[in-house]
Design a protein around this ligand. Structure first.
Ligand code: ADP
Ligand code: MG
Length: 144
């Protein structure tokens, strides 16, 4: 793993998980994490580490086919991790129909959104943007 200010280059899947796990320790509750990057760039892998760092023990699957998964957080600070993958939505309003606005800006929730650009004008303003890039082989650049 190579860390240069806010850019980290990981060299395998488990390093990206570790990065997510460590990042979980910085969360205070109510954050909206927007993960950008092409398919296979490591967004879900990072989220798996984040979930582990939040004390979630259930296996975190990619929500690609069902758009959102909720995970109960087994620690005292937060209650629920909402993990959205908007790759398949065609209209930004679909994210609102599934309930996005009800989960946002609540201290007890952590929200992770893959393909946030699909939200268009509904992209939350108070979000944290994280960028993923596939550098070839097993290298991934993650800009926090
Ligand atoms: P996304 O959610 O961005 O589509 P995933 O996290 O689901 O991407 O998939 C990343 C893929 O790349 C996995 O198959 C993983 O094994 C592989 N991989 C190889 N190197 C890395 C790395 N350094 N970090 C994360 N994933 C990696
Ligand atoms: Mg994914």
């Amino acid at each position: 793993m190579m860390i240069k200010s806010n850019i980290t280059i990981t060299e395998n899947e488990s390093e990206t998980k570790q990065l997510g796990e460590a990042y979980a320790g910085k969360l205070k509750g109510g954050e909206i994490l927007c993960l950008y990057g092409q398919l296979g760039s490591g967004k879900t892998t990072f989220t798996k580490g984040l979930a582990k760092g939040l004390g979630i023990e259930s296996r975190l699957l990619s929500p690609t086919f069902i758009i959102v998964r909720h995970h109960h957080i087994q620690n005292k600070l937060f209650q629920t991790l909402y993990h959205l993958d908007l790759y398949r939505i065609n209209n930004p309003k679909e994210a609102l129909w599934i309930g996005l606005n009800d989960w946002l800006n609540k201290k007890e929730n952590i929200i992770v959104i893959e393909w946030p650009e699909k939200l268009g004008e509904f992209l939350p303003k108070n979000r944290i943007d994280i960028y993923f890039k596939d550098l070839g082989d097993d290298k991934r650049e993650i800009k926090l």
